[in-house]
Ligand binder design. Structure first.
Ligand code: NI
Length: 179
């Protein structure tokens, strides 16, 4: 088990093609545990493997958001596929662990149905509404290399880049101060 650093945009690793899982083996189970630890460390509701720099086609979602008990483990979506989305849309601010402290208004379907393989290797489907649909579609976007900044124009994208670079510099300065 390990908390691994989350890759922050514009790191190229977020745009890698993700590779389908052929078998849920020890490597995939270890990645799942690292995803869980890293998501909880950052108080996220979901995280994709690409955000840890790993191109495995997989994301996880907070158990409570996914309709389980808060004491359950996060739900793994391996080789996910969006099989249905509603015509009804929703518009809301959206965040991402790879864009710390950035929120962007994104319009998405109100409901979405995803088919995936679980960490037990069994195929399942889950339909989400509202925030869960938003989360499923956001995490699925990661696996196709699509990111929050793809929903904004070039000016806003430039602003976000500057803000994240400034944040990175401040963090480096803090690290220097501790030495
Ligand atoms: Ni994200």
């Amino acid at each position: 088990m390990a908390v691994r650093p989350v890759v922050v945009w514009p790191d190229d690793r977020l745009r890698q093609a993700s590779v389908p899982v052929t078998q849920v083996d020890d490597r995939v189970r270890t990645l799942y545990r690292d995803l869980c630890d890293s998501m909880y460390a950052e108080n996220g509701l979901g995280i994709a493997a690409l955000q840890l720099g790993d191109p495995t086609r997989m994301f996880i979602v907070d158990p409570k958001l996914a309709g389980k008990s808060e004491h359950d483990l996060p739900v793994a979506f391996i080789n996910p596929e969006v099989v249905w989305t509603s015509d009804e849309m929703q518009k809301s601010d959206e965040g991402c662990l790879s864009f710390p402290d950035i929120y962007i208004q994104v319009e998405r379907p109100m409901k979405a149905r995803v088919r995936a393989m679980g960490i037990d290797g069994e195929t399942f489907e889950l339909e989400g509404e509202g925030l869960l649909a938003r989360c499923l579609l956001h995490e699925n976007d990661h696996l196709t290399g699509k990111l929050l900044v793809d929903f904004v124009g070039p000016l806003k994208r430039q602003m976000i880049k500057k803000k994240l670079a400034r944040r990175e510099r401040e963090r480096d300065d803090e690290a220097d101060d501790l030495r």
